[in-house]
Ligand binder design. Structure first.
Ligand SMILES: [Fe+2]
Length: 307
C-alpha cells in the first residue's frame, strides 16, 4: 500500500502565457485545457504540470499514483489518522482521494501507472573499450532542442520535514532514502523507484522548491542548461553531480523563482535493495563535482516575505 509514482503537480502563476513560453523553451509540450495550461513530455501520455492563473506563484497540489487495492487501504489509513477527504479543485478531474495534510498542502492519490516514456537513445558515447561507438561527431553538435523524457520528482517545502516523513511513512508506506539533518529528507517507494520521487525541505509554509525532469544522459543535462541560458533564463545551480541520489543536474529558474531541473543517471532503489539511508549533513555541499550551491538555493519564494 504505497505510493508508486508521481503523476503531476499543479501551481498557480500570475501569467499563463509567460509560463507557456518558459515551458516551451524548457522542452515540454504545452496546451490549454479547461482554462488550465497543461505541460507534458513529448511522446508521453501523462500530464506533468497543470498551471492555473492566480495572483502569484503558489503550489496548488501534488498528485501521486498507486494501485487500486492500495488506494482503498490508504483511504482507511487516512480515516484512522483523522484526515478528512476534500473535493478536487475546479477544472481538475476528481480522480482518487484528495486531502489536506498538517501543512495545509492539498494532495491527491489515485490509481494510476506511470505512462511509458521515450527511451530512444539520442547521444552515443565513445568509451575506452569502444572508441568507435560513435561514427563521426557528437549528435549534440546539431543543437537539437533538449526534450525531457519524464518528470521524476518534486522537492517541496514543509513546516516540519520530519513530521512529513513520518506521515508519508504511516499513510503511504514511503521510505527514507537519505536526509540532510532535520531540514531535508528524500523518500522513495518500496515498490521500486528513483532514489526520490518526493523530498521535503524546511520552511515556514509548504511550497514548491523544484521539479526534476529526466533527460536521459548527462550530456543532455549540460545541453539543456545551455539551451535555457542562451534564451536568457537564470541558472539556479549546476551543471554538477549530486551526492544524494548520485544524479547529474542543472537547475534553471522559472520566471517566478521555482527551479526546474534537468537530471540524468539517478540511483534506483529496487524492492530487493537493502538501502541504507544516510545523513549527509557533514558534507557541507551536495555535489560530487560542479560548483557548490548558490546562497539563495534553499529559499522558499512562496513565503509571504519573498512573494
Ligand atoms: Fe532534484
Amino acid at each position: 500500500m504505497t505510493i508508486r509514482n508521481i503523476q503531476h503537480f499543479s501551481m498557480s502563476v500570475p501569467d499563463l502565457e509567460v509560463a507557456r513560453a518558459f515551458y516551451d523553451d524548457f522542452g515540454l509540450e504545452t496546451f490549454y485545457r479547461d482554462g488550465t495550461l497543461v505541460c507534458r513530455c513529448f511522446g508521453r501520455d501523462q500530464d506533468q504540470i497543470i498551471l492555473t492563473q492566480g495572483p502569484r506563484k503558489r503550489l496548488t497540489y501534488v498528485s501521486f499514483g498507486t494501485d487500486a487495492d492500495s488506494l482503498a487501504q490508504i483511504k482507511s489509513r487516512l480515516d484512522k489518522a483523522g484526515v478528512a477527504l476534500v473535493d478536487a479543485p475546479e477544472n481538475v478531474r476528481a480522480d482518487g482521494l484528495w486531502f489536506r495534510d498538517f501543512d495545509g498542502m492539498l494532495t491527491n492519490i489515485k490509481a494510476a501507472d506511470e505512462a511509458p516514456w521515450d527511451t530512444a537513445p539520442r547521444v552515443t558515447f565513445n568509451t575506452l573499450d569502444n572508441r568507435q561507438a560513435r561514427r563521426g561527431r557528437t549528435e549534440l553538435l546539431d543543437e537539437k532542442p533538449i526534450k525531457p523524457r519524464r518528470m521524476g520528482h518534486v522537492v517541496l517545502f514543509s513546516t516540519d520535514p520530519n513530521r512529513k516523513v513520518a506521515f508519508y511513512n504511516e499513510i503511504f508506506d514511503m521510505r527514507l532514502s537519505d536526509r540532510v539533518a532535520a531540514f531535508l529528507s528524500f523518500l522513495h517507494s518500496p515498490a521500486g523507484s528513483d532514489h526520490h520521487i518526493v523530498a521535503f525541505g524546511k520552511s515556514t509554509t509548504y511550497g514548491l522548491h523544484h521539479v526534476g525532469f529526466d533527460v536521459g544522459t548527462s550530456d543532455e543535462v549540460g545541453a539543456g542548461a545551455r539551451q535555457m541560458v542562451n534564451k536568457g533564463y537564470i541558472p539556479g545551480w549546476g551543471p554538477g553531480r549530486h551526492f544524494v541520489g548520485s544524479n547529474t543536474f542543472a537547475y534553471i529558474r522559472d520566471p517566478w523563482n521555482s527551479m526546474h531541473e534537468y537530471f540524468a543517471d539517478m540511483d534506483y532503489i529496487s524492492p530487493e535493495a537493502n538501502w541504507d539511508a544516510q545523513d549527509w549533513v557533514h558534507l557541507g555541499t551536495r555535489s560530487i563535482w560542479g560548483e557548490s550551491e548558490p546562497l539563495d538555493f534553499a529559499k522558499n519564494f512562496e513565503t509571504p516575505e519573498l512573494r
